[in-house]
Design a protein around this ligand. Structure first.
Ligand code: FAD
Ligand code: DHB
Length: 388
C-alpha cells in the first residue's frame, strides 16, 4: 500500500491533519490501535480557544460546534471569600467555546468517513522504518495480516505512548512532574455557574467546568496515586462545595448523579526537535501540558494547522521551506503554552508550603485586580492566532 502521508494515531491531531491535507489535495492513510467506538467516547478536554474555533469553522467542521457548543466570555478566579470575573472579550476581544473533545472527535470521524478517508482501526505492532530515505510503516491489521505502508512522509500523531516520539534519534526532552493529580467527574446536573470557576483553596485546587446545559464536569486536586473508587460521591460533592465556595455570597453548588470518575496525573513534557527526516511529530506525541488552562487539545490543533500547510506546500508546490521551519515554528507556541499551563498550575494548586500559599494568593489578587495582570491571563487563555 502507498500514500503520501502515513498518519499514526486517530486522535484529534491525526484526524484533523488528514482532513486538512485532503482539503489541500494531499492523500493520507490513518492507523489507530483502538476501535472507532473507543476513540469517539474518550472523555478529555472541554475548551476550544478562539483560533481553534475559527480554524474548525473555516474547514467545514463548525456547524455542530456553533449549534451545540457554548461561547464563554471569560472565567471566574476564586479563593476563600472572593470570586472575580475575568472578561476575555473586554480584555482581548477573544472568547473561548465549551465543546467537548469527544464532540470534536465525533465531528472529525464523520467528516473523514463522508470523504471516504481510509482509517484503519485496531491495528497492532505499528513500527516506523527508514525515516530518512524511503519511509514506510509496518503493522498488523485487525485480522492479524501484516501490512507495509509506503509513504513520502510519516506524521506521528500517536500521543504520549505511541512509537513515533522514540523514532526521533538524539531528541532532547524537557520534563516536570507535579506532586498532585486531577480527580475528574462528569455529572448529570445543570452547571451551577455561567462561566468556569478556577478555585484556589487550602485543601487544594478545584475547577467547575461543564459540557452542556445538563452535564457538569468538575475537578479536584488530589494526591498522586489516588484511587477514584476510594472517594464516595458524597465526599466528592462535599470537597467540591468547600473548595468552590458553596454559601459564599449566596452561591450554591448543586450536586447530581456522577456518571464518570477518573484520576489524571499531571506533567509538562516537551520533546525537540519535532521533525526527523521525513517524520513529523504533532500534538501529545511531541508535548504534554498539565490541564490547568486547557491547552492540550488546542496545541494539537495548532500543530496540525502548521504541519498541513507545510506538507501541502511541499507536495503541491515542491516548496520545502515551511516543512523545514515546522519544528521551530511549532515550538514557539509549544513553549508559550507550556509556560502558561505551568504558571496556572503552580498559581492554583496547593503544595502545603505556607510561603508558597501567600505568594499564590498575592499573585491571584494581582491578576484579578490589575488590568495588565488580567489581560496577560486572558491573552494566553483565549489563545494566540495560529499563524503569527
Ligand atoms: P491523543 O488524543 O492521545 O491521540 C493519539 C492517538 O494515537 C490515540 O487515539 C491513540 O490510541 C493512538 N495511538 C497510540 N499508539 C498508537 C500506535 N502505536 N499506533 C497507532 N495509533 C496509536 N487537555 C486539556 O486541555 N484539558 C483536559 O481536561 C484534558 N484532559 C485530559 C484527560 C486525559 C485522560 C488525557 C489523556 C488527556 C487530557 N487532555 C486534556 C489532553 C488532551 O486531551 C490532549 O492534549 C489531546 O488529546 C491531544 O491530541 P492528540 O491527537 O495529539 O493525542
Ligand atoms: C476543562 C479542562 C481543563 O483542563 C480546563 O482548564 C478547563 C476545562 C474541561 O474538561 O472542561
Amino acid at each position: 500500500m502507498r500514500t503520501q502521508v502515513a498518519i499514526i494515531g486517530a486522535g484529534p491531531a491525526g484526524l484533523l491533519l488528514s482532513h486538512l491535507l485532503a482539503q489541500g489535495g494531499v492523500d493520507s492513510v490513518v492507523l489507530e490501535t483502538r476501535s472507532e467506538e473507543y476513540v469517539a467516547a474518550r472523555i478529555r478536554a472541554g475548551i476550544l480557544e478562539h483560533s481553534s474555533v475559527e480554524l474548525l469553522e473555516s474547514v467545514g467542521l463548525g456547524a455542530r460546534l456553533r449549534a451545540e457548543g457554548d461561547e464563554h466570555r471569560g472565567i471566574y478566579l476564586q479563593w476563600p471569600g472572593e470570586r472575580h470575573q475575568l472578561d476575555f472579550v473586554d480584555l482581548t476581544g477573544r472568547s473561548v467555546w465549551v465543546y467537548g473533545q469527544t464532540e470534536v472527535q465525533k465531528d472529525l470521524i464523520a467528516a473523514r468517513k463522508k470523504a471516504g478517508q481510509e482509517i484503519h482501526y485496531e491495528v497492532t505492532d505499528v513500527a516506523l522504518h527508514d525515516i530518512e530515505d524511503s519511509p514506510y510503516v509496518t503493522y498488523a491489521d485487525k485480522n492479524g495480516q501484516s501490512v507495509k505502508l509506503d509513504a513520502a512522509v510519516i506524521a506521528g500523531c500517536d500521543g504520549s505512548f505511541g512509537p513515533s516520539r522514540a523514532a526521533v534519534p538524539a531528541a532532547k526532552a524537557f520534563e516536570r512532574v507535579y506532586p498532585y493529580s486531577w480527580f475528574g467527574i462528569l455529572a448529570d446536573v445543570a452547571p451551577s455557574t455561567d462561566e468556569l470557576i478556577y478555585a484556589w483553596h487550602p485543601d487544594g485546587f478545584a475547577l467547575h467546568s461543564m459540557r452542556s446545559a445538563t452535564v457538569s464536569r468538575l475537578y479536584l486536586q488530589v494526591p498522586n496515586g489516588t484511587d477514584p473508587q476510594s472517594w464516595s460521591d458524597d465526599q466528592i460533592w462535599d470537597a467540591l462545595a468547600t473548595r468552590l465556595g458553596h454559601g459564599q455570597n449566596g452561591w450554591k453548588l448543586h450536586p447530581g448523579p456522577i456518571t464518570d470518575k477518573s484520576v489524571l496525573p499531571m506533567r509538562s513534557y516537551v520533546q525537540t526537535p519535532m521533525r526527523h527526516g521525513n517524520l513529523f511529530l504533532a500534538g501529545d506525541a511531541a508535548h504534554i501540558v498539565p490541564p490547568t488552562g486547557a491547552k492540550g487539545l488546542n496545541l494539537a490543533i495548532a500543530d496540525v494547522a502548521l504541519l498541513s500547510r507545510a506538507l501541502v506546500a511541499r507536495f503541491r508546490e515542491n516548496d520545502p521551506r515551511l516543512a523545514d521551519a515546522y519544528s521551530e515554528t511549532a515550538q514557539r507556541r509549544v513553549w508559550r503554552c507550556t509556560h502558561f499551563s505551568w504558571w496556572m498550575t503552580t498559581m492554583l494548586h496547593t503544595s502545603g508550603d505556607p510561603f508558597d500559599a501567600e505568594l499564590q494568593l498575592s499573585q491571584l489578587r494581582w491578576v484579578a485586580s490589575s488590568e495588565a495582570g488580567a489581560t496577560g491571563l486572558a491573552e494566553n487563555y483565549a489563545g494566540l492566532p495560529i499563524f503569527l
